[in-house]
Write a protein that binds this ligand. Structure first.
Ligand SMILES: C[S@@+](CC[C@H](N)C(=O)[O-])C[C@H]1O[C@@H](n2cnc3c(N)ncnc32)[C@H](O)[C@@H]1O
Length: 219
């Protein structure tokens, strides 16, 4: 028997709709708790959200825009956040590609986190993978100069694809060069999926690509 999803929110509801974001812009979504200019960090595919909560707790003055395509995950996170003290997270249930394309302004994001995106291991599903050249080109323009795309995967073959896509983006440079990725990043917080993969003994791949100061603003 399936359990009914609880939808009531006992406290402030930090979800924002994409129409609202499109019409009023990102800074309005954080007002009045945070005032512009925002120091904006975006997590794409936050899943169960522990990593996001940890980041937000450590940086209460930073604005965290948290995007997940799963309405269920966003609802569950909204219910958890409503019971807590954090005031610097806004949740969006949408495909990240749409939010990045339509709602994030050029040079407005300090960093993007993409932790353990779905690997879609079957070849015929590879086009469903999140990390694609077009998305990365858009992320690069939305980053402030010196801003970073952080990514991680446990999947060996997806790691190779992520490396190829990121390293071919002219606007970004690899912080870990000459290595394509690192297997460990001391001090980095751990995500829910990461805990599972570590318990299984899988090899992890961590990426850090920084926007070149000279990169063009438009595209
Ligand atoms: C494998 S989980 C990883 C969750 C979390 N980052 C972690 O490491 O524990 C991938 C997450 O990305 C979300 N997702 C998949 N495609 C997405 C997209 N196009 N835009 C936003 N979120 C997406 C899924 O709903 C899921 O919550």
């Amino acid at each position: 028997m399936s359990r009914r999803l609880k939808t009531d929110i006992h406290g402030p509801d930090w979800r924002r709709g994409i129409d609202d974001l499109r019409e009023r812009g990102i800074p309005a979504a954080f007002a009045p708790e945070l005032e512009p200019p925002l120091h904006l960090v975006v997590e794409i595919g936050f899943g169960r959200g522990e990593f996001l909560k940890d980041l937000a707790q450590r940086s209460p003055e930073t604005a965290f825009l948290a995007i997940d395509a799963s309405h269920k995950r966003v609802l569950k996170m909204a219910r958890r956040l409503a019971l807590g003290e954090l005031r610097n997270i806004r949740l969006v249930a949408a495909r990240a590609e749409i939010v990045v394309e339509d709602m994030l302004l050029p040079e407005s994001v300090a960093c993007f986190w993409i932790n353990f995106p779905d690997p879609w291991p079957k070849k015929r599903h590879h086009r469903r993978r999140l990390i694609q050249p077009q998305l990365i080109a858009r992320l690069a323009t939305r980053l402030v100069p010196g801003g970073v795309v952080w990514a991680a995967t446990d999947h060996v073959e997806y790691a190779q694809q992520i490396h190829e896509v990121l390293s071919k983006e002219d606007a970004l440079e690899n912080d870990y060069a000459p290595a394509p990725w690192r297997r460990e990043v001391p001090g980095r917080m751990v995500t829910a999926y990461e805990l599972e993969w570590r318990a299984e003994g899988r090899t992890l791949h961590f990426f850090a690509y920084r926007r070149r100061p000279s990169a063009s603003r438009s595209r």
